[in-house]
Every structure is written in C-alpha cells, then in structure tokens.
Unconditional design. Structure first.
Ligand SMILES: [Zn+2]
Length: 106
C-alpha cells in the first residue's frame, strides 16, 4: 500500500492533501506529511461524460475519501461503480494523470 503525500501545519496542526507552501488556515509553515492511504468513502459520483483528456476508462468513479488520519481527498476509484457504498474502506493505489487513485479494500 502506498502513502499519500500532503502537509501538516507546524502551528495549528491542520493537515491536508496535496502539499502546499503555507498553511491555508493560519499561514504558517508546513512540513511534509505522509498519510497511510487508508480511508473510507464519504460520497461518490459516477463520471459518464468526462472532461477532455479523461475520456479513457469512462464511466469512472470519483469519490470524496476521508483518510483515517484526517484529510479528505478527492480521488478516482478504480473499482465500481457497481457495489460501491458510502463508508466502504478504500486504500491508496497510485498517482495517475495528476490525480489520486484508490481502490476498494477487499
Ligand atoms: Zn496552520
């Protein structure tokens, strides 16, 4: 299982993905953080008519995923859309086309 790169704020402890130069909450310095890549589906949608450059593989699933360590990320889920459920455990697969890819935990 891969890890997801993000940041953790040195002052307010806010953490998120992807990484940034300064904390969007308090403007302080951030340090690079790696998150385990384990999470759960918060919500998802099926993209049937993708934007230019993302036609391959359509229809595909884009989900909001709550990582176990806090941050919420938008990612493509390589499984489904059949049998996907809110709250289902997923894990990070890879970065592809500039976005994150997750798959369902079996
Ligand atoms: Zn902060």
């Amino acid at each position: 299982m891969g890890s997801v790169h993000g940041f953790s704020c040195t002052r307010c402890d806010w953490s998120d993905v992807p990484t940034v130069d300064v904390c969007p909450r308090c403007g302080s310095k951030v340090t690079e953080a790696r998150f385990s890549g384990k999470g759960k589906i918060d919500t998802f949608t099926v993209i049937r008519y993708p934007p230019e450059g993302f036609e391959k593989g359509a229809p595909y699933v884009v989900a909001l995923i709550d990582l176990d360590q806090g941050p919420r990320v938008i990612a493509r889920i390589v499984d489904g859309p059949e049998n996907l459920q809110i709250g289902q455990p997923v894990f990070f697969l890879k970065v592809s086309n500039g976005g994150l890819e997750f798959r369902v935990k079996h």
